[in-house]
Design a protein around this ligand. Sequence first.
Ligand code: PMV
Length: 328
Amino acid sequence: MGYAITAEAGANIAFIKYWGNRIEGQNLPLNSSISMTLANCITRTTVELSESARADEIVLDGKPAEGKARARTTAFLESVRRLAARKEHALVSSESSFPTDCGIASSASGFAALALAAATAYGLDLQPRELSTIARLGSGSAARSVLGGFVELRHGADHEEAYAQQLAPHTAWLELRDLIVIVSKEEKEVSSAEGHRIAHSSEMLAARLAAVPERAERVRKAIEERSLALLGQAAEEDAFSMHAVMMTSKPHLLYWRSGTLEVIRLVWELRKQNIDSYFTIDAGPNVHVLTTERYLPEVERRVRASLGFRTICDHPGPGARIVERRPE
Ligand code: PMV
């Protein structure tokens, strides 16, 4: 058996979303984004180099990768090989701790874990900043999952400048909770890659980009002060702003289902009853309910009892890390 590296990384939930690229292909974002890396929803990826393999072999959640998923992973490995000036192909196997059939994107945790495992296997000793720029080539949001806790991806002028930085470690706000409400587990019809591309056709995009810096400032302050009210308010505004861009893109993009609205309304109802909870929604129908340890049991009970949806509970977690090297 050859030299193998196993890395783990958490998914993340963005309070200020990344939607739209300045330059296609490099995932150079139009705006800075801020997220929290998750502790429970993680991807574990092993990369083993092979002298004899004539192509990369990629197994995702137990099945050989095909089509777009395979092409995307191979292109990513190619950019790591170029950087390391190496030629060997890789055997990659990757598993996510969260059910990948439930509509939670695994690209952030997947490419962050792959970036660390592949860079290390190919002999690159990278600082978090460089690792983050590389992970960004796989998926924009993966740049943030390289780091733990509360993370900002700078929009940056070029490839080297668009990297993620930690605003606060996960230990800074351990009581924060993300209750992921699975409204629908169907795979989305339009990928976020396509969504980023058509964002430019939305008449709302300019207004969104003008509003993001002030909102991002409120999110940074909320993290510093550990204020759920400040964080949640900005996160709800930003989710609506991103979904307004999606809905007004041409062709339009509507990720919501009726259940999405039911959860939004329940969250607002809970707030009226002084149960602190706020929502945010990524590129899909599922809703992330932001709350604290104190209110979580009640929020979870109400989501299940009145709406009947499945939930996954998560909280802030660490950044990408190597968990195994073979041989030692
Ligand atoms: O990393 P991508 O290309 O899947 O884009 C992520 C897009 C959102 O999840 C909707 C927002 C974000 O910043 O995570």
